[in-house]
Design a protein around this ligand. Sequence first.
Ligand code: ASC
Length: 151
Amino acid sequence: MKIHKIAKIATLCTLFSAVFAHAQFAKPEDAIKYRQSAMTIMSTHFGRIAAMAQGKVPFDAKVAQENEEVFATVSKLPWAAFGEGTDKGETKAKAEIWSDQAKFKAAQDKLLAEALKLNAAVKTGKLDDVTVAFKGVGGACKGCHDNFKAK
Ligand code: ASC
């Protein structure tokens, strides 16, 4: 395939994905519900790892891995649902999400980086490793909530 043709296809792919991301949700309230649902799933599965890291339930490496797997996947999802016009309604999302998008993006990247460390930690099967990574992820959750989520 000729280079210019590949470039053309790449451009079209970018355009379509941008349009698709915008058209992913029919209504702003759909986006709000979607991102809140994803956060609920994240919290549920992270919470099961947290319980082990905090010594509230016995450590089970397999259970930690299973929960991390769901957390890792779902933690990629909420961000596309913070589009323009989704700042009003049943949401605690602060205006700063849209007025300081670079900072909000950095907070997402921080979470995804910490989630990668949690992935490595659960694979070692060692509670000490999981505990360290758990704190990293928890800190990323809290940091973002402090800046971007209303009380
Ligand atoms: C959770 C959860 C959060 C974060 C946050 C970390 O399990 O539901 O929102 O951790 O409490 O400080």
